[in-house]
Design a protein around this ligand. Sequence first.
Ligand code: FE
Ligand code: FE
Ligand code: ZN
Length: 293
Amino acid sequence: MILGCHVNFTNKQLLDSVNYALSYGANAFMFYTGAPQNTIRKPIDKEYTKQAYELMQTNNISLDNVICHAPYIINLANDTIEDKWNFSINFLKQEIQRCAELGVKYIVLHPGSAVGLEINVALDNIVQALDLIINDNDQVMILLETMAGKGTECGRSLEEIKYILDHVKSKNIGVCLDTCHLNDAGYDISDFDTFLSNFDELIGIEKIHCVHLNDSKNDLGTHKDRHENIGYGTIGFDNLVKVLYHEKLKDVPKILETPFIEKDYPPYKFEIVSLKNKKFNSNLINEVKDFYK
Ligand code: FE
Ligand code: FE
Ligand code: ZN
């Protein structure tokens, strides 16, 4: 089972991320290279990276299970302000370069928001931008995240994701499934076998390189995108366990992006234990608070 969570990438960069992951009992993790809402980035420190690798090796964390998430400020879908669109392209290129320096193989990307453009135009903008960004021999692969369809988000349906994958020239691009987003987009993952076989027929299961494992605060098809702690939302514990242990996704890292308890305390350590034991923790909030307070 490859299970981890979102972690910080702070002063000691990847070394801090690994230490956070270990403190949660994770054998996979995902991070932003800096604040997702701004562009302030420090150069990658080789020494910290080397120490991070050593720590990963002693704890059996493979670089295959380390994921970067591109910042929200990148929007490849809307090119009405040319400077903004070019900025997004260049910033994503820089993020990919940072991933390459860290040896990280996957970067998750929100496809973008149409904001006023027709969906077809927006999707073509994304394709055009990705063609400028991706090279076939990049060691870093962009994973398009399935979106909830909040506002004008692109990637709210598998067909939209497929359109992008089919039209981008390079094949060096994959998919990240987000269970909360799928639910909110209207995909019933309580029958995950059927969902996966539909996905396989349309896109190909081998394109999936990451799963964001989240419960949802909202009902199927509400296009909200509000994550909930594992077992506390509308998807439910048993359905998320089925995704986590699905035979066809066994080599794919699962990453928790569940909300902090009272905004301050990370739930991951306790959610990971509960998922490993396949036993819902009805006392999550108190256990997390007692541990961190
Ligand atoms: Fe995301
Ligand atoms: Fe996500
Ligand atoms: Zn989300």
